[in-house]
Every structure is written in C-alpha cells, then in structure tokens.
Design a protein around this ligand. Structure first.
Ligand code: NAP
Length: 276
C-alpha cells in the first residue's frame, strides 16, 4: 500500500534509535486495537506506543506478529503501571506484559508515572536496569518524570533513562524540562501531542493550516517534529492515522512558530506527576 515516507529515526543515548512518529494506543479499544495497529503499520508507522494500563498489549503484539515485517522493523514501547512499582513487582509485571505481547523482546520499557506518594520508583528503575542488562528490553526510560525525579534515579543507579515521555504540546511546551533532557542526553517524547485533540479547534492555527494546505493536526505535529520531539498521536481512522505521519514534507516558518508560541498557557490535560 502506498504510504507517506517512514518517519526519521532519532538516535538514543544507548546506541539504539526510535522512529520519530509512533501510533499512540491509549483508549484504542481492545476490539479494534489489532486492526488499527496493523493499519498504522501498513500506512508506514514503525512504532507502537502502548502500556499495561491500556489493556491492549496482546492486540499490539498480534499486530506486530502478523504484519509480515521482521520483528526488528517495528519499535514497540510499553510501560509498567503504578500498581506494580517496586523491584520484584516490576519484574513480574514485565513477564506478564511479554506473555500478553507474545514477543520475546521489547524495544522500550518505561515507568509510566513516578507516583511519589508511594516512593518506590527508584526500585522500579533498578528492575528496568536489570531487564535491559538481561537483554529482555533494548532500551529503558521513564514517563511523567520531573527533573527532580530524573535526578534521583540517576544519582541512585548511575543510569539515565534514554527517553522521558511527558505531556507536551503548544499549551505546555515544557521548556525547562527539555533543557534538562538536553543536558542529560535524554530524548523528549510528547504524549497527547494534540492535547487530546482539544487544540485542533483553536482559531489561531487555522490560518497556518490554510497557508500550508495542511490540516491543523499536521501543523501541530510539524511543530513538534521540527524541535526533534518524538510524537505518538492516537487516531481512529485510516485517514487520520495516515495524515499524522505525513508531517515531514513541508516546513513551518519562523512566523508560524512565533504564532504557535502565543498558545503557551501551562494548561495540562492530565495530572501533575507530583500530585498523585
Ligand atoms: N505516558 C502517559 O502518561 C500518557 C498519557 C496519555 C497518552 N499517552 C500516549 O500518547 C498517545 C496520544 O495521546 P492521546 O491519545 O491522549 O491524545 P492526542 O494524540 O493528543 O489526541 C488524540 C485525539 O485527537 C484526535 N485526532 C488525532 N489525529 C487527528 C487528526 N488528524 N484530525 C483530527 N483529529 C485527530 C483523535 O480522534 P480519533 O481517535 O477520534 O480519531 C483523538 O480524539 C496515547 O495514545 C498514548 O499512547 C501517554
């Protein structure tokens, strides 16, 4: 099937690389998940983002096993959920995840949230370090970590995550955290890159979309990718899934970027990682 060019590969600090655009699977119902993940792969995606929480690891794994591509050509991310923090529980959760996937290796495993109220994330991180040393996961990272959470796991283990997957979009551009990532060699990955679709009706973005003959979603995703951010938009139709990958064949200009910068408000669509 004809599809947009594959997304560029972003190098990670551990020598691996991740496709810059992935298919986000939060709230993709289990009944649709294998079909939609396979559609994404057919349309040129080479990266799926799921999690134990999403309840569709088995379906994501089936899409990877059935798609006809060699295992190494599709990058699969999952995340250990908040209830499974701690060294032993995390190792058991990983085993359960891999049984669900039906795969013998994962590309990237993340701590989903730091959950500071339970204060187990350092032990959870130690378990991820072990899984990587055993070769059961190629790369390890975190999600929803503030700078002080990053500092703590690095101080405790000497191992930095290669990715921090955080809420990031024009309302919440995360300037300070990105600078910290830069200093530590951590790649920034944006979850809810379209602010769960809520950004798409913003009248400020319409003229930019019209100027480039693109959709508003493509303008927002182009804003992300020009900064080197990894994005994992979720969509439910083949048309939208294809559109969201087709963001490398045009360039925003400085005037567009200046207009998008005016959208910064600090508004989160999810919770603050320190408040759970
Ligand atoms: N680590 C974390 O804590 C965390 C938290 C949240 C999300 N995530 C990850 O990030 C991924 C994406 O986040 P998200 O799903 O919350 O939000 P999102 O990708 O920012 O937005 C998804 C919404 O935008 C709509 N949409 C997508 N593409 C569109 C297009 N081209 N035109 C019009 N509407 C479009 C979708 O509609 P339809 O579905 O109806 O097409 C859906 O309602 C998740 O799937 C998950 O993998 C991670």
């Amino acid at each position: 099937m004809a599809h947009p060019p594959l997304a560029p590969m972003i190098p990670l600090a551990d020598g691996r690389a991740i496709p810059q655009v992935g298919y986000g699977m939060y709230k993709v119902p289990r009944t649709d998940a294998t079909r939609l993940a396979r559609t994404a792969i057919e349309l040129g995606y080479r990266h799926l983002d799921t999690a134990a929480l999403y309840g569709n690891e088995a379906e994501a794994g089936a899409a990877v096993r059935e798609c006809g591509l060699p295992r190494d050509e599709v990058f699969v991310t999952s995340k250990v959920w908040n209830d499974d923090h701690g060294y032993d529980r995390t190792l058991r959760a990983f085993d359960a995840a891999m049984r669900a996937f039906g795969l013998d290796r994962l590309d990237l495993y993340l701590i989903h949230w730091p959950v500071p109220s339970r204060d187990r994330y350092v032990d959870t991180w130690r378990a991820l370090v072990r899984l990587r040393e055993e070769g059961r996961v190629s790369s390890i990272g975190v999600s929803n970590f503030h700078a002080h959470h990053l500092e703590r796991i690095i101080d405790a283990t000497g191992v930095a995550p290669v990715v921090n997957q955080v809420e990031l979009h024009p309302w919440l551009p995360q300037h300070e955290l990105r600078a910290e990532h830069e200093r530590l060699g951590i790649r920034t990955e944006a979850w809810s890159p379209l602010a769960r679709g809520r950004l798409l009706g913003d009248p400020v973005l319409e003229p930019i979309a019209a100027k480039h003959g693109r959709s508003v979603a493509q303008i927002v995703l182009a804003w992300h990718v020009r900064q080197g951010t990894i994005v994992i938009p979720k969509a439910s139709s083949p048309e939208r899934i294809a559109e969201n990958l087709d963001v490398f064949s045009f360039d925003l200009d400085d005037a567009d970027v200046a207009v998008i910068a005016t959208l910064e408000s600090g508004v989160r669509t999810g919770r603050d990682p320190d408040h759970d």
